[in-house]
Design a binder for this molecule. Structure first.
Ligand code: FE2
Length: 325
């Protein structure tokens, strides 16, 4: 029996269907970000008006109907309140109408589990890097089985930092890939570097980079910013790798699409005889299948959630969730 997953925490509305960890369909549509950024109420309107069409599309491409679905997952958080509610209401409506169990899913766990499933890994060190999040995690068993956060950003996520820089440099969206593109022609300028143990901060780096735009080329600043931020992640991850003694590494989340980051993490990993894994871009960007994959694991491990207790949480932390699988 297949599981349906709905992702709506930010600008992407994604609906996916999986069965035993295999993706049967994964459809998405993205709200176009303007230079004003994401306005939650507008994103929610966009998602709400696209839900019927996307549901139709995902069932057509999986060649299934609601009768073939055994459970429904939706993103509980973290994310933007109004867009999250659209996913929750959609999941609750389908759950009530078709009498299917419902599962609230942590967004970051979706990013992690889809990559673990893709490569059949059970216990890697995780580098989770996206717009709003930057964390280094791994499963620990005390006091209960959960994703322990070894280190994380103390201020903004690395993706938001790159976006903010790109906006200040008047680059065009998608900002992450535009920064990566122009960075290819840059030379290094000294930048502030802020790693404390396995934690890190990005705002000093961002402020300095924006200031340097007045005196240096966009290419040089983009290159230096990217190299410094990725080096900070590599240093913190290397420390976490030594501490946790994990035997593999995954990079997941939107920023995991960066070829430069993939290359740097791979080199760090191979210097410790550890392999680094990264998935295709389509499963690193926000999508519905990643939510379905976690919902399927929750469902199969016997968890259940009364529908009236299913809510959203804009700051839903991964490290308080018990893993039953
Ligand atoms: Fe995400």
């Amino acid at each position: 029996m297949a599981v349906l997953g709905i992702e709506s925490s930010a600008h992407t509305l994604g609906i996916g269907i999986v069965e035993n960890g295999t993706i049967l369909a994964n459809e998405k549509i993205m709200y176009e970000i303007t230079d004003k950024g994401l306005i939650p109420a507008r994103v929610a309107d966009f998602h709400a008006s696209n839900v019927p069409l996307l549901l139709e599309k995902v069932f057509a491409s999986a060649n299934l109907t609601m009768d073939d679905i055994s459970a429904i997952g939706y993103t509980k958080g973290p994310g933007l309140g109004a867009p999250l509610k659209v996913g929750m209401v959609t999941a609750k409506t389908l759950s009530e109408k078709y009498k299917k169990p419902i599962f609230p899913v942590n967004h970051g766990m979706g990013h992690i589990e889809i990559i673990k499933t893709r490569f059949n890994l059970s216990d890697p060190l995780v580098i989770y890097v996206s717009g709003g999040n930057s964390q280094i995690l791994g499963i620990e068993s005390f006091p209960f089985r959960h994703y322990h956060i070894y280190g994380e950003t103390f201020d903004i996520g690395i993706g938001n930092m790159l976006d903010n820089f790109a906006r200040a440099a008047k680059l065009v969206p998608p900002w992450g890939s535009t920064v990566a593109q122009i960075a290819k022609n840059g030379n290094y300028i000294q930048m502030p570097y802020n790693v404390k143990g396995m934690d890190f901060t990005f705002t000093g780096l961002l402020t300095n980079s924006i200031k340097l735009l007045a005196t240096h080329s966009k290419e040089d600043v983009a290159y230096s910013l990217q190299e410094t931020a990725f080096s900070m992640l590599c240093e913190a991850s290397e420390r976490a790798l030594m501490l946790s003694r994990k035997e593999s590494i995954i990079i997941c989340g939107g920023v995991a699409q960066s070829r430069r980051l993939q290359d740097m993490v791979s080199r760090m990993a191979s210097s410790h005889s550890v392999k680094a894994y990264f998935g295709e871009d389509s499963i690193n960007s926000d999508n519905g299948a990643m939510i379905a994959i976690v919902a399927e694991k929750m469902y199969k491990s016997g968890m259940s959630f009364p529908i009236e207790k299913c809510n959203i949480s804009q700051r839903y932390r991964i490290n308080n969730i018990e893993l039953k699988w």
